[in-house]
Write a protein that binds this ligand. Structure first.
Ligand SMILES: [Fe+2]
Length: 329
């Protein structure tokens, strides 16, 4: 866990892309004032190649270039997993509003207009590199959490791909329920790691082929609190904590660990609870075979207001039906 939030150990690098040598030299000279190394590319194609090889921390990108132009370079960078979190600053001609709209659509993070001013370039570069350093630390925290979630899957064999499905369907239900932006990201991740606390539950209980006795059940029911404790020190996981802690609360207040009821239960946790239940019901477990989607839908409907948020169950089932998976009378 020593890597989490660790300060950057390498000098950040900035990729300067411009087809005019004089522009590249000018930007490179200006960047001498910033604590970074500079890579240069004279075309869009060269930029993509260097980006893939050297993984720079920031791209300063000219718009008008022969061949692959700056917009397309930006689009292609942002379409890659490692490029998603690398800031791209586009350098556009003055007063070209259209360019700015296109750059935004291509995923650019910031703009500068030509001619580039030295002090502005330095300030923006520093701020973009700070942003990138933050992204990097978030990513390493997330990497630890997801590595743990994968370890849970390995312990608990029935869950294979279960967590991914719950993450994806929670995100989808969140969207249907009117959430957006970061909340949807949290649902995707929270859906995937909600059972992370099972890492602390003995295998003999997780893999028991029959129903659990009272003592085993009590131990098993500690997994939401254990999971919260695992995720709490990781700053980027703050949004996931309510999902991890409250995914077994019941709408009528009979759940655990806090016996919250109704709207007291955080909405993301109510969403994950519905998606988790549906996926669990339609999967084979050590002690029973899978139910059909139709049967699972009936179980959810019967538990509306008791176990699950009745409105969310309706939205969820309407969506499942609309996708032609089931037909529930
Ligand atoms: Fe759980």
């Amino acid at each position: 866990m020593g890597l989490v939030g660790a300060p950057r150990t390498h000098e950040p690098s900035v990729l300067v892309v411009d087809d005019h040598p004089l522009n590249r030299q000018l930007l490179e000279a200006y960047l001498g004032a910033v604590d970074c190394s500079v890579l240069t590319a004279a075309s869009g194609a060269a930029a993509l190649e260097i980006f893939a090889e050297r993984a720079p921390d920031l791209v300063l990108l000219d718009v008008n270039m022969p061949g692959i132009d700056g917009f397309e370079v930006c689009r292609r960078i942002k379409a890659t997993p490692q490029g998603r979190l690398v800031p791209v600053v586009m350098i556009t001609a003055l007063n070209r509003v259209d360019d700015r709209v296109t750059a935004l659509e291509a995923g650019a993070d910031d703009f500068m207009t030509k001619p580039v001013e030295r002090s502005e370039l330095i300030a923006r570069t520093r701020s973009a590199l700070r942003l990138k350093a933050t992204y990097d630390s978030l990513e390493s925290a997330e990497r630890v959490i997801f590595a743990l979630a994968a370890a849970v899957e390995a312990k608990d064999s029935y869950t294979e791909a279960h967590t991914q499905r719950v993450g994806a369907s929670s995100r989808r239900l969140g969207q249907r329920a009117g959430l957006g932006g970061e909340a949807l990201e949290a649902l995707l991740q929270g859906g995937m790691i909600h059972d992370i606390g099972k890492i602390g539950i003995p295998d003999a209980i997780l893999q028991k082929p029959g129903p659990l006795d009272a003592e085993e059940k009590a131990l098993m029911q500690r997994h939401p609190e254990l999971g919260e404790r695992i995720c709490r020190p990781l700053g980027s996981a703050a949004q996931l904590l309510p999902i991890v802690r409250h995914h077994h609360e019941a709408f009528d207040g009979s759940g655990y660990p806090d016996r919250l009821r109704g709207q007291e239960i955080p909405l993301p946790a109510r969403i994950v609870a519905v998606c988790d239940a549906f996926d669990a019901l339609t999967s084979t477990r050590p002690y029973r075979s899978a139910r059909s989607p139709r049967e699972a839908g009936e179980v959810l409907r019967a538990g509306r207001g008791r176990q699950w948020d009745p409105d969310l169950v309706e939205v969820f089932l309407a969506d499942v039906e609309a996708r032609g998976q089931i037909r529930i009378g």
